[in-house]
Design a protein. Structure first.
Length: 341
């Protein structure tokens, strides 16, 4: 039988995998500094020794490469744990931030901010993640209300999410046309990428993603209870409506923060939670924390491929995740075809 709790051994292995891929992405890059010299630079910084790199080369490591690895980990963790949470709330194996309109809502709101307030650096509080959060929450809410009004069910909910995402995408396109000078910026952002990643982006998203991750990990046991049905959950003292609201808010917050700094990166919320289920078990006490770690590792590797495969040119990271995720999505459809009828 698969475990219903996360074992320490599994957790340690997942953390080690994340550390290994993070170290690899830090050591290897498009700048051609040599992984041995980068390793000596990291060791020198940790021990106070003499750096083998020039000041410019060291800046590439600490001001460009390392924050990009950290941000990729944060974004991947956010999208994967949000996907796991949406699947638990809706009891739907295909639910993820994209199919339910959260990412489309966040993208639409972020585009409006880019078009209407391009000089957002002068704000006391950066409006981009706040607007993206409101858009993500609105997208999920519209999908939920539309699905409920049409009778509910897996297929209806998915169709509602597709319809809401299409509508929000149309609004996003209309907003772009109001200011054609920002089309290139918005288009590049929509393809997904971390090319401008820096410590500012890490500090901007960390409070949002960190808060959401803590809430979702604490709610993992309650998601297991919801899986048996609302009536059974209520008989155990759980309030299904309140749990769903809290989880939706946290998952939307994680999605919004990720989309705000990385653009639209697909398939992470589908691939990682299902891969965790296949390898470690279906309990959300296992799926949620391992999706957090696995999503971080998955996007770090994807970003490494995106920035080095055709160096010095760089692929949009969404292209890499789509290449990996689309075949896996077909596999998920086949494995869950009985539940989708």
């Amino acid at each position: 039988m698969r475990p219903s709790r996360l074992s320490p051994v599994t957790l340690v292995v997942a953390v080690l995998v994340l550390l290994v891929v993070s170290a690899g992405a830090t050591l290897i890059g498009a700048a051609g500094l040599g992984w041995t010299r980068v390793a000596r630079e990291v060791f020198a910084q940790l021990t106070g020794g003499t750096s083998p790199l020039s000041a410019q080369e060291a800046a590439i490591i600490w001001q460009l490469r390392v924050p990009r690895v950290v941000l990729a980990g944060l974004v991947g963790a956010a999208l994967a744990v949000a996907g796991a949470a949406f699947q638990g709330v809706f009891r739907n194996p295909l639910a993820d931030p994209y199919l339910l309109g959260a990412a489309a809502g966040a993208g639409m709101a972020a585009t409006v901010v880019v078009v209407a307030a391009p000089a957002s650096t002068g704000w006391v509080v950066d409006p981009l993640p706040l607007a993206a959060f409101a858009g993500a929450l609105g997208g999920v809410g519209l999908s939920w209300l539309l699905g409920r009004s049409a009778g509910g069910g897996t297929a209806v909910l998915l169709l509602a999410g597709i319809a809401v995402a299409a509508f929000l995408t149309a609004v996003q396109t209309f907003a772009q046309q109001l200011n054609t000078d920002t089309i290139q910026q918005v288009y590049t952002w929509m393809l997904g990428g971390l090319t401008t990643a820096g410590w500012h982006d890490v500090l901007l998203t960390l409070p949002y993603i960190g808060t959401a991750a803590v809430v979702l990990c604490l709610a993992a046991r309650l998601l297991d209870v919801l899986a048996v049905g609302d009536d059974e959950a209520a008989s155990l003292g759980v309030r299904p409506g309140r749990v769903r609201l809290v989880v939706l808010l946290a998952a939307s917050l994680a999605t919004a923060a990720a989309v705000a700094v990385s653009g639209l990166i697909g398939f992470v919320g589908i691939v990682v939670p299902h891969l965790v289920r296949l390898l470690a078990g279906a309990s959300y006490r296992v799926v949620v924390p391992l999706s957090l770690l696995g999503g971080a590792a998955f996007l770090i590797v994807s970003d490494e491929v995106a920035r080095t495969a055709f160096a010095p040119a760089e692929l949009p990271i969404g292209v890499i995740t789509a290449f990996a995720g689309a075949p896996f999505f077909v596999l998920v459809l086949r494995l869950n075809r009985g539940r989708l009828r």
